[in-house]
Write a protein that binds this ligand. Structure first.
Ligand code: NAD
Ligand code: UDP
Length: 315
């Protein structure tokens, strides 16, 4: 029988958060969505505002929060490089002070807490695929460091609370995820390419496009996240979450052009600094411990995502 819970989702108005809130509501839970709209707007959750089981709070998690909840998903943090580099100090504050505040809340409530960590903790990896045991290859003071080191510090904080206060922690290292509700202008590769292709504008491939990423469709990622929260307390992670099928960025550009029927040409631009050359998760742990297998391949996921961006362009 389903146990009805009240669940706090920080960053709940963002891309992943808005899908998670929907999934939890559909499962019969009550959701408190907390967001300061740094990299989102109310738009992603507008249709939920009438739902009596959904509550939206404008709040910055770098400040303490007092609510009652049975579980916490800590997703608040800008995820796209242009957003997290726009205010790097705030990004570190969100990762570090935000984690302190949410861990303190979880300690008082004695509840489980999930942390949205990232493949960026591996930096520009020298091992592929990336297994959780790999410590990474991160520039500690480069342009991406506010996010990479912020998230690494958050993992250290979570494990310190686990060791010192026996908190029920769950750390998921999320790899590139895409789908509806991404901001059209957030600069991430999937949103950029689809928006450009739909407008027959040049597709901006950074570098020669040989760098790789492994793209996970949002529905699969949310399944993995919920399975993780529902897993045994002994499973703390870190666990990689994503789809291990790897593509070059050039292959992605070609797929998006083909699926949109676009006349866009490819425009090669300089590669941003510290841009990881390859990224592919080893998801053995997610498969074995969380019973997770991705079900949506890139082409199917892009077909589900393109109409969302096409609708935005018509508005
Ligand atoms: P997003 O930018 O769409 O969502 C993040 C949300 O957090 C936004 O709504 C933003 O306004 C909110 N936020 C930011 N700072 C806040 C603060 N101080 N207080 C309250 N709210 C705040 O990004 P997303 O893709 O949905 O990512 C969600 C989480 O997953 C992030 O923690 C991100 O680091 C992690 N992640 C995402 C991916 C991905 O591919 N989408 C990959 C790795 C990790
Ligand atoms: N990228 C690109 N063109 C764009 C946006 C991104 O070629 O318009 C590249 C980027 O340099 C990186 C990859 O796509 O190699 C993924 O970028 P994204 O910002 O989506 O995520 P991350 O680098 O954090 O994986």
């Amino acid at each position: 029988m389903l146990q009805h819970k009240r669940i706090l989702v920080t960053g709940g108005a963002g891309f992943l958060g808005s899908h998670l809130c929907r999934r939890l509501l559909a499962a019969g839970h009550e959701v408190i969505c907390v967001d300061n709209f740094f990299s989102s707007s109310r738009q992603n959750v507008l249709d939920l505002l009438e739902n009596p089981h959904f509550e939206l709070l404008r709040h910055d998690i770098t400040l303490p929060l007092h609510v009652e909840a049975d579980e916490i998903y800590n997703l608040a943090c800008p995820a796209s490089p242009i957003h997290y580099q726009a205010d790097p100090v705030q990004t570190i504050k969100t990762c570090v002070m935000g984690s302190f505040n949410m861990l303190g809340l979880a300690k008082r409530l004695k509840c489980k807490i999930f942390q949205a960590s990232t493949s960026e903790v591996y930096g520009d990896p020298e091992q592929t695929p990336q297994h959780e045991s790999y410590w990474g290859h991160v520039n500690p003071n480069g342009l991406r460091s506010c996010y990479d080191e912020g998230k690494r510090c958050a993992e250290a904080l979570f494990f310190s609370y686990f060791r010192e206060h026996h908190l029920k922690i769950k750390i998921g290292r999320i790899f590139n995820t895409y789908g509806p509700n991404m901001q059209p202008d957030d600069g991430r590769v999937v949103s950029n390419f689809i928006m450009q292709a739909l407008q027959n504008k040049p597709i901006t491939v950074y570098g020669d496009g040989s760098q790789t990423r492994s793209f996970c469709y949002v529905d699969d990622l949310i399944t993995c996240m919920v399975n993780f929260m529902d897993s045994d307390e002994s499973i703390t992670g870190p666990i990689n979450m994503g789809n291990p099928t790897e593509f070059t960025i050039l292959e992605l550009a070609q797929k998006v052009i083909a699926l949109t029927g676009s006349s866009s040409q490819i425009n090669y631009l300089p590669l941003p600094s510290d841009d990881p050359k390859q990224r592919r998760p080893d998801i053995t742990q997610a498969k074995e411990k969380l019973n997770f297998t991705p079900t949506i391949d890139l082409e199917t996921g892009l077909r589900k995502t393109i109409p969302y961006f096409a609708t935005l362009l018509k508005k």
